[in-house]
Write a protein that binds this ligand. Sequence first.
Ligand code: SF4
Ligand code: SF4
Length: 88
Amino acid sequence: MALLITHKCTNCDMCLPECPNEAISIGDEIYVIDPILCTECVGHYDTPTCQKVCPITNCIKPDPDHQETEEQLWERFVMIHHADKLEG
Ligand code: SF4
Ligand code: SF4
């Protein structure tokens, strides 16, 4: 499942540099996660690192509109990082 940044976000910038997939960016009002790039940190960490570093409790939550199986998240991880290698 991709994760979602809620309006509790204070734009502190702690999460953005920590995402291994560069899925987080600065949105119009708050930081946003691209659900196409979020693997819930599968392939990199045991738990979602953005949730770990975010200082606001329950600010980053599972995105109910983007529910994937662990297998799909692994496939996404391979796709993203295989593409990185091709781009060199
Ligand atoms: Fe990035 Fe991991 Fe957070 Fe998804 S869960 S946005 S991959 S840090
Ligand atoms: Fe927003 Fe939390 Fe990211 Fe800070 S760490 S920018 S509060 S989502």
